[in-house]
Design a protein around this ligand. Structure first.
Ligand SMILES: Cc1cc2nc3c(=O)[nH]c(=O)nc-3n(C[C@H](O)[C@H](O)[C@H](O)COP(=O)(O)O)c2cc1C
Length: 153
């Protein structure tokens, strides 16, 4: 069994829903186990037991939330040799992929031992409180399947 954890922050529930859809996709791949956890529940010291760490944030002012950025900074203290990572965000259309690109860069700088399992996923919402734009959720599931498949090889 390969084990993964999806860590997210979410004020209005959009990013939580994306996290759950990604987990659904990952669970479709046999041999993959997934936990979904809010950032505040996480003890970074326990993360090395997972084969993949997936991090999700709403776009706040063109970036990941302050807590998510702080969390990624904190990964620098640990070694993740041979482990995978992936990131996702939710945003309003104009800032599509803006936060994920920054998150990927930050993960690369702070935790260079993590390899990216898939390009970051950016998910559009209709307004601050959502809902997620129609047609976006299947992309979340596909993203999960792609990570799951990377975990198996
Ligand atoms: C304080 C704040 C700042 C935001 N800034 C941006 C922004 O710069 N660009 C953008 O696309 N969306 C921005 N948003 C919209 C959020 O990305 C969007 O509402 C997101 O889906 C919320 O996720 P959540 O439901 O998981 O909290 C902002 C939302 C909040 C609350």
């Amino acid at each position: 069994m390969a084990g993964a954890i999806i860590i997210y922050e979410s004020k209005y529930g959009n990013t939580r829903l994306v996290a759950e859809k990604i987990a659904e996709g990952m669970r479709q791949v046999s041999g993959v186990e997934v936990e979904v956890r809010e950032l505040k529940e996480i003890n970074p010291g326990g993360l090395s037991e997972f084969d993949a760490i997936v991090i999700g944030s709403p776009n706040h002012m063109g970036n990941a939330t302050r807590s998510i950025r702080k969390f990624i900074d904190g990964l620098a203290k640990f070694s993740f040799e041979g482990k995978l990572a992936a990131v996702f965000d939710t945003c309003i259309g104009k800032d599509f992929e803006k936060a994920v690109k920054k998150m990927e860069k930050q993960v690369g700088e702070k935790a260079p031992s993590l390899s990216l399992a898939a390009p970051g996923l950016s998910v559009r919402v209709e307004g601050m409180k959502g809902p997620i734009i129609e047609g976006e959720l299947p992309r979340c599931q596909e993203f999960g399947i792609a990570i799951g498949n990377r975990l198996k090889v």
